[in-house]
Ligand binder design. Structure first.
Ligand code: ARG
Length: 462
């Protein structure tokens, strides 16, 4: 028979081309468990409003339970003719309960308020999944920092040697960014805990249903939508989710890029575990950082999902428009990609081996202690303007001689400036440079240790 929900006023079924264009069942089928949960809640408020008898409610809930089993077991699926998951599940219910009872559930609801509600439920679940995967990655990064807590490395700006930092400090910078991503997910989840169910197509229902009861039933802590038009037509919760997932991808891509660079022969800062790297079909010696590269690549895709969605939403008049069916695939994809990527990425970071000798050999190179010379001069009472100049002279001299700062002789120092007594050597070593930056948030071992325990405490609370 005709499965369409809106066949009444139409002479004939839709053209094949329209049916194919219109179908979303191949991608919205993943909403099926949420649709059934929504149907259960809806059946209860229909009963509360006197529109289903107690026996009908019992039978309805049994039919929904059976349908759910068949969906989970795979014996019931939607087809192109069903158009979408909501229609398919109504067909399934009618097949199980007959048209008289099965046909009663649609009263007072629309696919517009259904889909807006189910989509929130789906994304809220996946926000939790992704949040847990981020916590796993943070754990791995904290472990990496702790295992290498005294290793110094060249800190960079503009990718040039800037000042030495602790490797742990650098790694924890990424953990901090991920903490904000996790916080964004939690804040988004709170904001999204509002149920549009009961908004109907756009105007609410005349049937005396109780949207607040449905909201409680479906776990929406902030109750039902305050405006049925907004409830059915707003998708900022989707756009925000797409942004947060894009931001997570972007943060992963920044770690990824560093791993790729660190893993080059020229840097040789890290070694990837065999289980988390790939070989080449032609070059037997190759060991490639494919996980990091896929992370870098997928971050572009996540950004695309966000911008595509924003373009779909732009200038849409209220209330529901069919354009909104385009809202799901991008963020479903963002969930899928992150849930695929994060476990691999975490494995790669958890098994990363750090080449301490190489990092520490390069930490003082490239005159990265020039700032320490300048700040040492300031402590001797020299104005910073002059100190900066003098330290710059030292660098110039070293560059001309092809040596590093600590290789200048006492005479060469004194010739550059009388302020440069042999005592300046006390700051011309990496450990001293690190230890001196001991204010909150600095790279001194003591400050990094404090940062580490703050982050670990946060991770436990999440
Ligand atoms: N499948 C649609 C969506 O995902 C919901 C159905 C609303 N269709 C309609 N003609 N009002 O947005």
């Amino acid at each position: 028979g005709d499965v369409r929900l809106w066949g009444g006023r139409f002479a004939d079924g839709p053209a094949d081309a329209l049916a194919r264009l219109s179908a979303s069942v191949h991608f919205d089928w993943r909403l099926a468990p949420y649709d059934i949960a929504g149907s259960r809640a809806h059946a209860r408020v229909l009963h509360k409003a006197g529109l289903l008898t107690a026996d009908e409610l019992t039978e309805m809930l049994a039919g929904l339970a059976q349908l759910e089993d068949d969906v989970v077991g795979g014996s019931f699926t939607g087809t192109v003719a069903d158009e979408d998951v909501h229609t398919a599940l109504e067909r399934g219910l009618i097949e199980r309960l007959g048209p008289d009872l099965g046909g009663k559930l649609r009263a007072g609801r629309s696919r517009n308020d259904q889909v807006a509600t189910l989509f929130r439920m789906y994304l809220r679940d996946h926000a939790r999944t992704i949040g847990a995967l981020i916590a796993d990655l943070q754990d791995a990064l904290v472990g990496l920092a702790e295992a290498n807590s005294t290793v110094a490395m060249p800190g960079r700006t503009h990718l040039q040697h800037a000042q030495p930092v602790l490797f742990a400090h650098h790694v924890l910078a990424h953990v901090q960014a991920l903490s904000r991503d996790a916080e964004r997910l939690r804040q988004w989840d709170k904001r999204t805990a509002v149920s549009p169910y009961g908004s109907g197509a756009l105007a609410g229902s005349s049937l005396g249903l109780d949207p607040e009861a449905v909201a409680v039933d479906l776990g929406f802590e902030r109750g039902s939508a305050g405006n049925s038009i907004d409830g059915t037509a707003s998708r900022d919760f989707v756009a925000e989710f797409a942004f947060i997932t894009a931001m997570i991808g972007l943060n992963l891509s920044r770690i990824a890029e560093e791993v790729i660079i660190w893993n080059t022969k020229e840097f040789s800062f890290v070694t990837l575990d065999d289980a988390y790297s790939t070989g080449s079909s032609i070059m037997p010696q190759k060991k490639n950082p494919d996980i990091a590269e896929l992370a870098r690549g997928k971050s572009g895709r996540l950004i695309g999902n966000l911008t595509g969605l924003l373009a779909t939403l732009k200038a849409l008049p209220l209330a529901y428009n069919r354009d909104l069916q385009e809202d799901k695939e991008p963020v479903f994809d963002s969930c899928d990609q992150l849930e695929l990527l994060l476990p691999a990425f975490t494995g790669m970071m958890a098994t990363l081996k750090v080449n301490r000798t190489r990092m520490e050999e390069l930490a003082p190179a490239g005159f990265s202690l020039a700032t320490d010379v300048a700040e040492w001069l300031v402590k001797q009472g020299v104005p910073f303007r002059v100190a900066h100049e003098v330290a710059g002279e030292c660098v110039k001299e070293c560059e001309a001689l092809g040596i590093e700062l600590d290789e200048l002789t006492d005479e060469q120092f004194a010739k550059i400036s009388p302020h440069l007594t042999p005592d300046v050597r006390s700051v011309l070593n990496v450990q001293g440079a690190l230890a001196s930056r001991n204010g909150r948030g600095g790279t001194a071992p003591s400050a990094v240790l404090a940062q580490l325990s703050e982050l670990k405490a946060d991770l436990v609370i999440q």
